[in-house]
Design a protein around this ligand. Structure first.
Ligand code: NAD
Ligand code: TYD
Length: 350
C-alpha cells in the first residue's frame, strides 16, 4: 500500500488525476489536499468520494506548519503537486496571491517532504506539475523543448517558473527526488468557466457576448485533460528523477479559429441557424503582456515513455461541449456567488 498526496485535486486537472489514480490503483491510498478556493469544487469528485482508497483533506499549502504535520501524519510515498492559482487574468489583477500559493506553497511542500523523508528517499517522488507558459512566447516558428530558456511574461507564469526553479534546486541541493512536467493548455470537463473554452461555451449557450482579446490571433496548443492525466500517470511511474518532460498535443489553434469552430458546433447542437453564435463575437481590449504563441514539442515523452494523446481535437471538443451542455447544474453552481463579481471586474472595463 502506497500513500500518495495529490494537491489541488478538487480543481480542473487535479480532479481528473485523482479519479484516474483512485480507479486505476486500488492499492494506493490517495489523499487529496485542497484549500477549496473558487476553483476547487468537491462536486468534481462525486463519483470517487466514497471509494475506500480516497481521502479528502481541506488545507492550505501556504501554511508551512500544517503541511509538515500532514506529511508527518500520512508519511507520503509520493506527491503530485497541482495546487496553484492558475488564471493569467487573475494574476494581472492580484499578483501577490500567486506568489503566496504558487511559490511559497510549493516551497512549503518541498520543505515538508525533505523534513519527513530525510535520508530515506528510496522510492519516494515529488512530482511538480507545471505549464508551458514558463517558456514565454513563440514567434511563428519553433516549439518549446525541455531545454528552452525560461522567459515568463505574466505574474502567473513568473510564479510557476519560480516554483519550477525551487523544485529543481531542492533536487540539486538537497537530493530531493523531484520531477517536473510542463504542459500546454488543457480543455475538458470540470474546468472553471473563466478559461477560454468553458467560458465561451457558457456564453454561447446563454447568448452572451464572446470577449475576444485583441484580434484573436494568439495561438494555443490544446490538449484534452484526460490525456494530461494519463501523461502524469506515466511520468509519475516511469519518469527519471531530476528530469523534465514536456506534454502537448501538437494541436495549435488561433483563438479566433477555435472560437468559430465552437460557435459552429454549438449552433448545430443547439439547433440554431448556422452562423448565429458567431454574431456574439466581440473584440475587446487585449490582455496585458499577452503571449502570442505556445507550442509544445513532446517528442521526449513520446520516445522515452511511449505516451501519445489518445483523441483528436475535434472529437475532444465535441465531448467537452456535450459535457457542459449536459451538466448545466454544475455550471450554475460554480457561476453563482462570487463569479458574477469576478466577471464584472474582468470584462466591464475591456
Ligand atoms: P485550477 O485552478 O482548476 O485548480 C487549482 C486547485 O488548487 C483548486 O482546486 C484550488 O482550490 C487549489 N488551490 C489553490 N490554492 C491552494 C492553496 N493555497 N492550498 C491548497 N489548494 C489550493 O487549476 P488547473 O487548471 O487544474 O491547474 C492545475 C495545475 O496544472 C496548476 O499547477 C497549473 O499551473 C497546471 N497547469 C494547468 C494547465 C491548464 O491548461 N489548466 C496547463 C498546464 C499546467
Ligand atoms: P486562457 O484560457 O485564459 O488560457 P491561457 O491564457 O493560460 O493560455 O486563454 C486562452 C487564450 O484565449 C488566450 O490567448 C487568451 C484568450 N482569451 C480571450 O480571448 N478571451 C477571454 O475571455 C479569455 C478568458 C481568454
Amino acid at each position: 500500500m502506497k500513500t500518495i498526496l495529490i494537491t489541488g485535486g478538487a480543481g480542473f486537472i487535479g480532479s481528473h488525476v485523482v479519479r484516474l489514480f483512485v480507479n486505476k490503483y486500488p492499492n494506493y491510498r490517495i489523499v487529496n489536499l485542497d484549500k477549496l478556493t473558487y476553483a476547487g469544487n468537491l462536486a468534481n469528485l462525486k463519483d470517487v468520494e466514497e471509494c475506500a482508497n480516497y481521502e479528502f483533506v481541506k488545507g492550505d499549502i501556504v501554511n508551512g506548519e500544517a503541511m509538515l504535520s500532514l506529511f508527518r501524519q500520512y508519511q507520503f510515498d509520493g506527491v503530485i503537486h497541482l495546487a496553484a492559482e492558475s488564471h493569467v487574468d487573475r494574476s494581472i489583477s492580484n499578483p501577490t496571491e500567486f506568489v503566496f500559493t504558487n511559490v511559497i506553497g510549493t516551497v512549503n511542500l518541498l520543505n515538508a517532504a525533505r523534513a519527513i523523508w530525510k535520508d530515506n528517499r528510496d522510492d519516494k517522488l515529488f512530482y511538480h506539475i507545471s505549464t508551458d507558459e514558463v517558456y514565454g512566447s513563440l514567434g511563428k516558428e519553433g516549439m518549446f523543448t525541455e531545454t528552452t530558456k525560461y522567459d515568463p511574461h505574466s505574474p502567473y507564469s513568473a510564479s510557476k517558473a519560480s516554483s519550477d526553479h525551487f523544485v529543481r534546486a531542492y533536487c540539486d541541493t538537497f537530493g530531493l527526488p523531484t520531477l517536473v512536467s510542463n504542459c500546454s493548455n488543457n480543455y475538458g470537463s470540470y474546468q472553471f468557466p473563466e478559461k477560454l473554452i468553458p467560458l465561451f461555451i457558457h456564453n454561447i449557450r446563454n447568448k452572451k457576448p464572446l470577449p475576444v482579446y485583441g484580434k484573436g490571433e494568439n495561438i494555443r496548443d490544446w490538449l484534452w485533460v484526460e490525456d494530461h492525466a494519463r501523461a502524469i500517470d506515466v511520468i509519475f511511474h516511469q519518469g527519471t528523477v531530476g528530469e523534465t518532460y514536456n506534454i502537448g498535443g501538437h494541436n495549435e489553434w488561433t483563438n479566433i479559429d477555435l472560437i468559430k469552430l465552437m460557435c459552429a458546433v454549438m449552433d448545430r447542437k443547439l439547433g440554431r441557424a448556422s452562423g448565429e453564435s458567431e454574431k456574439l463575437i466581440t473584440y475587446v481590449k487585449d490582455r496585458a503582456g499577452h503571449d502570442l504563441r505556445y507550442a509544445i514539442d513532446s517528442t521526449k515523452l513520446q520516445n522515452e515513455l511511449g505516451w501519445v494523446p489518445s483523441i483528436q481535437f475535434e472529437e475532444g471538443l465535441e465531448k467537452t461541449i456535450d459535457w457542459y451542455l449536459d451538466n448545466e447544474a454544475w455550471l450554475e453552481n460554480v457561476t453563482s456567488g462570487d463569479y458574477q463579481k469576478y466577471y464584472e471586474e474582468q470584462y466591464s472595463k475591456r
